[in-house]
Design a binder for this molecule. Structure first.
Ligand code: GTP
Ligand code: MG
Length: 348
């Protein structure tokens, strides 16, 4: 093996720690809230096929790219370099692409490989990265309530995710309250109320423009008085600017802690998977603001860039509690590492 070749450089480089540059526009307008959702509770079929078709963009890039690269070919420096480039363009990020390629090279360098073998090996490597973060939300119901603060940029899917999670926990017979902490946008409260009605959960709200922290204080008091199992707190995704948003989230956390020093027990960051690499800077920013404990990736049914989930898992190692593959209540699914990895590289 030549140390000056690609493989040699790969083994010698610090690729695994490579920083993915944060994009400056992290909190800049993500598309204006799309139409208000019309939640429907009916069971939807074929979520896995929707996930697969959603991943098609990344997946077909990878599937076709791998097919083009490896029709019986020796896994040499050049092939590895091309594969790494392909993985980067599929949103896996520089560090993850380097790691996956390096591991592949360790076992197969110099051997003849075909596309299917590459897919299988890639799926195994990606599964290994994803498996540790595939952790469903696991509330401690003895807390009464277990408090889940939900954050994320506007339009990422916070309110919808809360509605979907509320439905899942209601189906398990849990008492769930929703707090409409997004007092900034007029339609936000209405949207949460619709989910409240459909899932039969009380919604604590105030008028638009009211103090969000005050509302959260009331919600904490009511939920604990009732002895609820769970309290989900919705928040605004965008205020006038980032400083305002940070101040508001910090105030909300302070107010929560006044009533329960151990809360919030979970801080869920909801990320729209279609934003691709921009998700990295969103994690950075919200982690600094409020200490994110777990992620939910939404819109994997859409023009998804699912590869970013692998890059996030590798870089931040935050639990991925669930993934969104549609707008209905039943479209929030547990995140399964192997199924996700296989569909990403185009395996069944
Ligand atoms: N296709 C698809 N659409 C989704 C998914 N999750 C949310 N949406 C849609 O994305 C849009 C925005 O979702 P919201 O839940 O309102 O997002 P939000 O983060 O609460 O937005 P703000 O309140 O503006 O901060 C809505 O139209 C949702 O129906 C998903 O997994 N798949
Ligand atoms: Mg919302």
């Amino acid at each position: 093996m030549s140390k000056t070749g690609f493989f040699g450089r790969l083994l010698g480089r610090k690729g695994e720690d490579a920083e993915i540059p944060a994009e400056p526009e992290a909190l800049a307008p993500i598309p204006e809230p799309i139409a208000e959702p019309e939640p429907a509770i009916e069971e939807s079929q074929g979520w896995f096929s929707r996930l697969k078709s959603g991943l098609a963009k990344s997946s077909s890039k990878l599937t076709q790219g791998i097919g083009d690269l490896f029709t019986k070919r020796k896994l040499d420096d050049e092939a590895l370099e091309e594969l790494q480039d392909l993985l980067i363009t599929a949103d896996l990020g520089v560090a993850t692409a380097a790691r996956v390629t390096k591991r592949l090279a360790k076992s197969r360098f110099g051997q003849d490989v075909d596309a299917n073998e590459i897919r299988q090996t890639l799926a195994e490597e990606i599964t290994e990265i994803l498996a540790p973060v595939a952790q469903p939300l696991a509330p401690d119901f003895s807390r009464k309530p277990h408090v889940v603060l939900v954050v994320g940029v506007n339009g990422s899917g916070k309110t919808t995710t809360i509605g979907k999670m509320a439905k899942q926990f209601r189906d398990q017979g849990k008492a769930v309250t929703l707090a409409a902490g997004d007092t900034f946008r007029a339609a936000a409260v209405e949207q949460l109320k619709v989910w409240g009605e459909r899932t039969n959960c009380p919604v604590i709200s105030r008028d638009t423009g009211a103090d969000a922290a005050g509302l959260v204080f009331d919600a904490m008091a009511e939920a604990s008085k009732r002895g609820d199992d769970l309290l989900f707190i919705d928040t605004a995704g965008r205020l006038q600017n980032k400083t305002d948003l940070m101040a508001e989230l910090e105030k909300i956390v302070r107010v929560i802690k006044k009533q329960d020093a151990t809360a919030p027990h979970d801080v869920l960051l909801v990320l729209d998977a279609t934003v691709g690499q921009n998700a990295h800077s969103q994690v950075d920013i919200f982690r600094d603001m409020v200490g994110v404990t777990g992620l939910v990736l939404t819109k994997l049914d859409g023009t998804a860039r699912g590869g970013v989930l692998v890059a996030l898992a590798e870089r931040f190692k935050l639990p991925v509690h669930a993934i969104g593959v549609g707008e209905k209540a039943s479209d929030l699914r547990p995140f399964e590492a192997e199924a996700f990895a296989r569909s990403l590289v185009g395996l069944d």
